[in-house]
Write a protein that binds this ligand. Structure first.
Ligand SMILES: NC(=O)c1ccc[n+]([C@@H]2O[C@H](COP(=O)([O-])OP(=O)(O)OC[C@H]3O[C@@H](n4cnc5c(N)ncnc54)[C@H](OP(=O)(O)O)[C@@H]3O)[C@@H](O)[C@H]2O)c1
Length: 299
């Protein structure tokens, strides 16, 4: 199929693009500048320069594609995530650019729209498994726009000109080139657990390569929302131990549970206990992660 990909030059996109090509798709990917264009070409795609905030320009370049995949994000750097203003561009991409891409997909008569999203808004479920019907809370500022992006995918499904709108809710990425890997390693060297929160709470992860193959698999999925996570969520204490071992430092020291309960909302919202199940995506498409656990695999 002819696929239009936004965000194909990012951590997940650079894995998704070759996975789509390997599945036999012809991919046009947005490239912001000549270096990114060369990267897209190396990965087997055809680069195109377009402003995601320009609906007319976007409609022109999306015309002729059967699938639109939106992986574009501008997540603030690890140390700036607790500042509301740092999320402005990302919010605009998830709301305005997603709306423009859905409009362009509808105008092109595409049969499928795939939208990246996140697992973090699921409410704390303690030791219970979380599926796509579990409750969410999008009130923290980093999450508001992901709800809007998901609504855009639903609009594609419900529109009379639309088709299958698919949302992929990714768990926490791990990859050597993920923006948060280096600051996490620095925290570990100071014996601080970068998997913040109650040490007994669960954290769910996904290797960037598996996120990429999940994007390719999503072209076979019926419309709906799908979690993309590995097989084995770990308790945060264990995740910290595993990551410390990976870089050859001593296990981090854990703050007591009461310290996390007393922490500000900006910290509490990323410390929810999340034991995420990917069963729905696996049942719909046959996708399984090739990196089943963070254990022995932290970059
Ligand atoms: N679940 C998670 O753990 C999670 C979720 C989301 C994000 N993150 C964070 O984000 C990274 C994950 O990788 P990612 O692939 O989501 O993000 P990424 O590597 O930052 O890639 C973002 C993609 O969106 C594109 N983009 C950004 N602003 C754009 C704009 N204004 N117009 C068009 N395209 C734009 C980028 O293009 P350029 O290459 O031209 O910049 C790139 O292709 C990690 O480093 C992590 O820190 C984590």
């Amino acid at each position: 199929m002819k696929v239009f990909l936004a965000g194909g030059t990012g951590v997940v996109g650079t894995r998704a693009l070759p996975a789509l090509v390997a599945d036999g798709h012809e991919v046009t990917a947005v490239a912001r500048g000549p270096e990114k264009a060369a990267l897209v070409a190396r990965l087997g795609g055809a680069p195109v320069t377009v402003d995601l905030f320009d609906p007319a320009e976007l409609a022109t370049v999306v015309a002729g594609h059967e699938v639109v995949v939106n992986l574009a994000t501008a997540i603030p750097a690890f140390g700036r995530m607790n500042r509301r203003r740092a999320w402005a561009v990302n919010d605009r991409i998830r709301s305005e650019a997603s709306r423009n891409l859905v409009d362009a997909a509808l105008a092109a008569g595409a049969g499928r729209y795939v939208q990246e999203s996140i697992c973090f808004p699921y409410v704390d479920a303690g030791d219970r498994w979380i599926d796509e019907d579990s409750s969410t809370d999008h009130t923290p500022w980093g999450f508001v726009a992901s709800a809007e992006a998901e609504r855009q995918a639903a609009r594609f499904t419900s529109s009379s000109d639309g088709g299958a709108g698919v949302v992929l809710r990714f768990a926490m990425f791990h990859a050597p080139d993920a923006g948060h890997s280096a600051p996490m390693a620095r925290a570990l060297r100071m014996r601080i657990n970068p998997f913040v929160g109650d040490p007994d709470a669960y954290i769910s992860s996904i290797h960037a390569e598996d996120a990429g193959t999940a994007v390719a698999a999503s072209l076979r999925a019926p419309a709906g929302i799908y979690n993309v996570a590995d097989d084995e969520p770990l308790r945060r204490r264990e995740a910290g131990r595993v990551a410390a071992e990976a870089i050859g430092v001593r296990p981090p020291l854990s703050l007591p549970r009461w310290a996390w309960r007393a922490s500000p909302p900006s910290v509490r919202f990323i410390s929810r206990s999340q034991r995420i199940s990917h069963d729905r995506l696996t049942e719909a498409t046959g996708w399984t992660p090739s990196h089943p656990s963070l254990r022995g695999d932290w970059p």
